[in-house]
Design a protein. Structure first.
Length: 318
């Protein structure tokens, strides 16, 4: 409300008497006297709240204005952010391609045998370079049955045959091909403790979240886990043996989704992956792996809920 122009009036705000001058609003007077104070709100918005103490001096009376007062809002902080991990020393290892096998009609499993073990945690990534090829950042995982040797790196990749992986690596990964690996990399590392674990994976992005989910069932068997896995085509949902193991260990919140309806099994829901992400909580720890658009969409949902977010992005074509 704005005070009449013909006389001063008195208001009581939070137990304090205020004298409102002609042309002032009650809000302006309360701010000037320190009864309430502007507070920094979410994403840089200015809110009004209780002041810690009255201001040192009274602002000069303002002449009556035809327009309402405006409040300048500082630049908002970036909306999207991921929880960062402290820098870890990079370790380099050498090895060779051990095997390339099919997991589905368009998904391959690449196994690299290292001369010495590379210590990586579930959710970590490594940089892999085939002899004569280019470096590619990938997420080590387990086979869909859950197995892997200590000196092995297992990857899930798009492709029908080893030759399809040449566009990704710059070389064809055949058994015996020399390999260099460097890691750990990334910010998607599994962190035990605290809140529900929400895992979101698009197609071969399941590799990173599968390593996290399996570790969590051993380390924190009582922790609530929610898993959402999607693909464009239902035929690319190659991870059913892994999902059966998770269900057997007590994970009941598992959702499968596919964009295309062709040959869609009854347990696969239609629509994009992000449409099936559960309502997030501030206490959730959210890990998302897939293409940049999928990871970005889940990041927005996590930021809106105030949840912790850990990305495991896929290299294009992986």
């Amino acid at each position: 409300m704005r005070a009449p122009t013909s006389a001063r009036c008195s208001l009581v705000v939070n137990g304090q008497t205020l004298r409102v001058s002609p042309g002032d609003t009650s809000l302006e007077t309360a701010l000037a006297d320190g009864v309430i104070a502007p507070l920094q709100g979410l994403h840089g918005a200015v809110l009004m709240g209780q002041a810690a103490a009255p201001s040192g001096r009274r602002l000069a009376a303002r002449a009556r204005r035809a327009e309402n007062p405006t409040v300048s809002v500082p630049d908002a902080a970036p909306l999207l952010h991921a929880v960062r991990t402290p820098a870890r020393p990079l370790v380099r290892r050498t090895g060779s391609v051990d095997a390339v096998t099919a997991l589905g009609p368009r998904v391959l499993q690449l196994v690299v045998a290292l001369e010495r073990r590379l210590a990586v945690e579930p959710g970590d990534q490594v940089c892999v370079t085939l002899d004569g090829g280019r470096p590619v950042t990938l997420a080590p995982t387990l086979s869909v049955e859950g197995g892997a040797e200590l000196n092995e790196l297992v990857f899930h990749l798009h492709g029908e045959c080893p030759e399809d992986l040449e566009a990704l690596f710059g070389a064809v990964p055949v058994p015996g091909t020399p390999v260099k690996a460097k890691g750990p990399l990334g910010h998607g590392t599994y962190r035990p403790g605290g809140g529900r674990l929400v895992l979101v994976a698009a197609e071969t992005g399941f590799a990173g979240v599968w390593a996290i989910a399996r570790a969590a069932r051993y380390i924190e068997p009582a922790r609530e886990v929610c898993l959402v896995v999607g693909a464009r085509d239902p035929l690319d949902l190659y991870m059913r043996p892994a999902l059966e193991w998770l269900r057997a260990t007590g994970v009941s919140r598992i959702t499968l989704a596919a964009d295309r309806h062709r040959q869609r099994p009854p347990d696969v829901r239609p629509g994009p992956l992000t449409a099936h992400v559960p309502t997030l909580r501030t206490t959730d720890a959210v890990h998302a792996s897939g293409c940049a658009s999928t990871v970005g969409a889940v990041e927005v949902l996590a930021a809106a809920a105030g949840a912790r977010f850990y990305p495991i992005p896929l290299a294009p074509g992986a």
